[in-house]
Design a protein. Structure first.
Length: 130
């Protein structure tokens, strides 16, 4: 499945989705295709490990203070030129944030705004090592 096929559901369409508070950001981790370009199906163990080590995702909601406050070192987050927006693909550290799994199988990561490393384009263009 390419990133163009991944449906984006706006925050207001899913009222049961967690709502990030303050400077936190809710990210839905990128799920890579379950087959290779050659059509070989990847084992479930590989898919599960890749999902666990995900470091790319789409911003689905942001707290009211995200990218509006200063960091502990005094840097103004509001001055950041490349701020992510809802719908942006971002990269974050594999161990960053708090992972949440909903009963219906959907997964999210809640990150602080300063844990976002970069705004990226199509995450399928980036390599990720497991």
């Amino acid at each position: 499945m390419s990133t163009q096929e991944v449906p984006f559901i706006p925050p207001e369409a899913e009222p049961e989705r967690p709502k990030p508070l303050l400077w936190r950001i809710l990210v839905e981790p990128y799920r890579p295709p379950d087959t290779t370009e050659g059509g070989i199906a990847l084992p479930q163990e590989v898919l599960d490990t890749t999902a666990l080590l995900a470091s790319y995702g789409r911003v689905v909601d942001m707290g009211s203070l995200a990218y509006k406050e200063k960091t502990k070192s005094g840097l103004s987050m509001a001055d950041e030129v490349h701020k992510p927006e809802i719908g942006s693909w971002v990269q974050y550290h594999t161990q960053a944030g708090r992972r949440i799994q909903m009963r219906d199988g959907r997964e999210y990561v809640i990150l602080n705004d300063d844990e976002i490393l970069a705004v990226v384009g199509n995450p399928s263009l980036y390599k990720q090592w497991v």
